[in-house]
Design a binder for this molecule. Structure first.
Ligand SMILES: Cc1cc2nc3c(=O)[nH]c(=O)nc-3n(C[C@H](O)[C@H](O)[C@H](O)COP(=O)(O)OP(=O)(O)OC[C@H]3O[C@@H](n4cnc5c(N)ncnc54)[C@H](O)[C@@H]3O)c2cc1C
Length: 424
């Protein structure tokens, strides 16, 4: 069988694995997707997509679908903790700074403006559905990739469940998340550090009492610094689903199991959620996470290529992990299309790896590190002391544009331009 006829194997049906399968399937390339769980898993994680990702969705035919399932908000802001409202309740903490991602009064907020919101679990379902519709993609659940064996022109994977037959493909994409087995199998370390805090992330139904303009909000000035972000469109006077992600300092020795008890979560909510008391908060999902700044030295070893959290991890402040993974997926899919459909050199996979490693090291890693450290500042002095918050508060249109530029110009990898530059 010739190399071109073998499918691309993808380990992990998370958002990145499904997205790569979709892109390849649309280009007529057969893909076998393998997921260790029995169904697509739910976890309270990503929700917001920036301009570069929106443009990428638009180019590959997904923007309208994501937009119709999701909603757009105007940007992000930083606030102090909620303040007593004098009537037994709490009002929103004072605004420290805001980062508009579009004109908040623009009713349309068309691509690529604002923050496009759709829960990662819903996005994954949507993309998988579109991938399967190409007729080129198959998915096999309950299939945990356990080993790989490289041939001259192919790669074979076997599964934890040895009753499952091994499968051969032309390339293996490791999109199997932060604890990636694929990464371990190819012997690549994931270098960097783990932050001392844990995060308690919850989905919670809350009443909307005011329009805060910038809905996604960091709450600083508390050791339980928090990010609040809407999961469904928040309408004043109605209830809607929010994500509340609270940091737990290293001194807090409670176990993960204790941290997700209702009473503990309600204790966090009392500090960081505004609104009348007693607080009406219905928790619908919860999880504890460790957070990291880590990356592999290379995302490519021979016929195996990594993408998304399998290759790099960053703390979630600034909502960059999945955006980066999807932009990896876009570049990797384009490289594979050039190799498999156009007969170009598979050195393009090394070019892909080099580019994405540099994007992470030079942009995603320092940006998310700064985002996280900023949340440790006292709320009273943050706006004066922190250059970034100060510059947002004194921003001209030019300042805002220059702040936004790397999010559009640095984050994405143009594989076709790199192929031309390198003569591949
Ligand atoms: C609290 C929190 C909030 C976040 N918010 C944002 C945000 O707003 N925006 C953003 O961009 N990012 C955010 N992130 C980061 C984002 O969630 C991750 O970057 C994203 O999940 C990465 O997707 P992935 O497909 O690479 O990996 P995953 O989502 O981890 O998917 C990996 C898949 O592989 C499967 N798998 C694992 N091992 C195997 C195996 N051996 N064989 C087969 N299958 C396997 C898993 O079951 C899973 O389905 C957040 C993260 C956290 C913790």
């Amino acid at each position: 069988m010739s190399n071109e006829q073998l499918p691309v194997l993808v380990a992990g049906a998370g958002p990145v694995g499904c997205f790569i399968a979709y892109r390849l399937g649309k280009a007529g390339i057969p893909v076998h997707l393998f997921e260790k769980e029995a169904a697509l898993p739910y976890s309270p994680r990503a929700v917001g997509y920036y301009g570069a990702t929106q443009i990428m969705f638009q180019e590959c035919g997904l923007y309208d679908l994501v937009r119709s399932e999701g909603f757009v908000t105007a940007g992000l802001c930083w606030r102090g903790p909620p303040i007593d409202d004098g009537q037994g309740g709490k009002r929103l903490g004072d605004m420290i700074a805001a980062q508009p991602l579009c004109d908040p009064s623009d009713p349309v907020k068309d691509c690529p403006s604002g923050l496009l919101n759709l829960r990662q679990s819903e996005l994954t379902k949507l993309i998988l559905h579109e991938a399967l519709k190409t007729g080129k993609v198959t998915i096999q659940f309950n299939s945990e990739v356990a080993s790989i064996e490289e041939g001259e022109n192919s790669i074979k994977i076997s599964f934890e469940n040895q009753e499952l037959a091994p499968v051969s493909g032309c390339y293996l994409v490791g999109a199997d998340g932060g604890k990636s087995k694929t990464r371990k199998l190819i012997g690549t370390p994931c270098l960097g550090h783990t932050w001392p805090e844990r995060l308690v992330s919850t989905d919670v139904i809350l009443g909307n009492y005011v329009d805060p303009v910038f809905h996604t909000c960091y709450i600083i000035g508390t050791e339980n610094f928090t990010i609040m972000t809407p999961l469904t469109e928040p309408i004043v006077g109605e209830k809607s689903l929010w994500r509340c992600t609270v940091a737990v300092p290293p001194e807090d020795q409670r176990s993960d199991e204790e941290l997700v008890q209702n009473a503990v979560i309600q204790g966090f909510y009392e500090q960081v959620i505004s609104g009348p008391r007693p607080l009406q908060a219905e928790i619908s999902a919860r999880a504890v996470y460790r957070i990291h700044q880590r990356i592999v030295p290379t995302m490519r070893k021979s016929r195996c290529v990594l993408a998304g959290d399998a290759a790099h991890l960053n703390n979630p402040y600034g909502a960059m992990g999945l955006n980066t993974g999807l932009l990896d997926g876009d570049a990797l899919a384009e490289a594979l299309v050039m190799i498999l459909n156009e007969g170009r050199s598979d050195e393009l996979l090394t070019i892909y790896s080099d580019s994405r490693v540099q994007v992470f090291k030079n942009f995603v890693d320092p940006t998310t590190t700064a985002n996280k450290l900023r949340l440790h500042l006292p709320s009273e002095t943050a706006a004066q002391d922190d250059y970034y918050l100060r510059s947002l508060n004194n921003a001209t249109q030019e300042t805002l544009e220059s702040r936004a530029r790397p999010y559009f110009e640095t984050w994405r990898t143009d594989m076709r331009a790199l192929a031309k530059e390198t003569g591949l």
